[in-house]
Every structure is written in C-alpha cells, then in structure tokens.
Design a binder for this molecule. Structure first.
Ligand code: S3P
Length: 177
C-alpha cells in the first residue's frame, strides 16, 4: 500500500445489526477522524428516510444513491473519515472493488441469533426486514454469505465490547497507516 500521506479512511462493512454505526462512532472518537454514516448521508441528500426512498423510488434507486454517496464520502479529495456503510453496499462488485482501494475495510461480524435479537425490535427503519424476521435474516445472510469476505480485517462485535473492538481495529489500522 506504500506510505500514505494521510491516514487511510476506516470503512465498516457488515450485515445489518452487526454494530457498524456504534463501532464507527467509537473509532472516530478514538482516532480523531470524523464519523459519517452512509445511510444518514443518503437520507440528507434525498430529503427523505430510507423507508420512504425504497417506497417512493425502489431499491435500485437507493443502491445508485448509496454507490454515489459512498464514492463522494471516500473521495481522495475528502478528508479521511470513519464510514459506517449500510449492509447492502457490498451487493455490487464494483462497490466492493472500490471500497477495497479507498480505505481500510473492516467487517463487523456477529452470530445469526445475536443479529436477530438486535434487529427484532429495531427494524422500522429497515425496509428489507418486513415480514417474518428470522426468515428474512436467514435469506439475506444466505444471499450475502461471502460478500463481506474482501475486507482487510474482521472484528467480532458479539464477543468484544465496543471499546475493546475499537482498540483492536485501531491497532490493525495503525499498522497499515
Ligand atoms: C440495508 C441495510 C441498511 C440500509 C438499508 C438496506 C441492506 O443499513 O442501508 O435498509 O441492504 O442490508 P444497516 O446495515 O445500517 O441497517
């Protein structure tokens, strides 16, 4: 990777409910980088919530907005940040390749049962989770089984508390910076 002139952005990828935003906020506080949440950025740019975006324009439109916002926030002309992405940003192969080239990619990992526990009462904002929660999560986990594997680093968020997880990620990030 050579010697970067400025720190690499830290990019969090992972399934819904694996703690990307929580870990991202902690990483930002500890690293001094600014924090951005891709979903919030999309909502601000569109002037509507994620469920409204899906309902009004459909998923493909949302994926286009997601891909564009991701490139904007991680542009080399943008100050390096900690970015929490949405769980589906990895669906497009060109996004995966682009992310890997533009920062230190960290995969947040949690067990299926823990994911369901976290999402069960927290899915109003997630249009892909309508219906029976276990069936939806199992189907999406299956569809996305290997899509997060390209990350530079993986961290369990169900075995470590957020502070310890953040310290582990920062140690790995500093080694490559
Ligand atoms: C999605 C995950 C969501 C959000 C949208 C679609 C997905 O983000 O981007 O509802 O396809 O997995 P979180 O992973 O932050 O819940």
């Amino acid at each position: 990777m050579g010697i970067p002139s400025q720190p690499q952005p830290i990019i969090l990828i992972g399934f819904m409910g694996t703690g990307k935003s929580t870990l991202g906020a902690r990483l930002a506080a500890l690293s001094g980088l600014a924090f951005a949440d891709l979903d919030r950025h999309i909502e601000q740019a569109a002037g509507m919530s994620i469920p409204q975006l899906f309902a009004t324009h459909g998923e493909a439109y949302f994926r286009d907005a997601e891909s564009a916002s991701m490139r904007q926030l991680l542009s080399p002309t943008h100050a390096p940040i900690v970015l929490a992405t949405g769980g589906g940003v990895v669906l497009r192969a060109d996004n995966r390749a682009w992310l890997k080239q533009h920062g230190f990619v960290v995969h947040t990992v949690a067990e299926r049962d823990e994911i369901i526990r976290r999402l069960r009462n927290n899915r109003q904002s997630r249009p892909l989770l309508t219906g029976e929660i276990e069936e939806r999560v199992d189907r999406l986990l299956h569809e996305r089984a290997r899509l997060y594997d390209f990350a530079h680093y993986a961290i369990r968020t169900d075995h470590y508390n957020v502070h310890d997880a953040a310290q582990k990620v920062l140690t790995a990030w500093r080694e490559i910076s």
